[in-house]
Design a protein around this ligand. Sequence first.
Ligand code: SF4
Length: 86
Amino acid sequence: MTGADLRGRATCANEHSEAERRGSMRVTIDMDKCSGHARCYGTDPELFQIDDIGYASRPEFEVPAGGEDTAREAAAACPERAITVR
Ligand code: SF4
């Protein structure tokens, strides 16, 4: 492993720690599972964006403070279980 690799790992570790300190939540959408029901969009159209035919168009994003319950609600509403929040 090179020094550059190690520096990259340190940066990732620092970013992860910073995210944990902020208590931030991330949404990940498995685009292979997404079937275009648009229920996530129906839960919160600003947080969950879709394309013209109803498929999620933003596969990964950070949830703004205060949007955590809505993100969990959208994940529960997705019939394909394509949404992961953590
Ligand atoms: S509810 Fe699930 S399947 Fe439907 S658009 Fe959203 S992520 Fe895709």
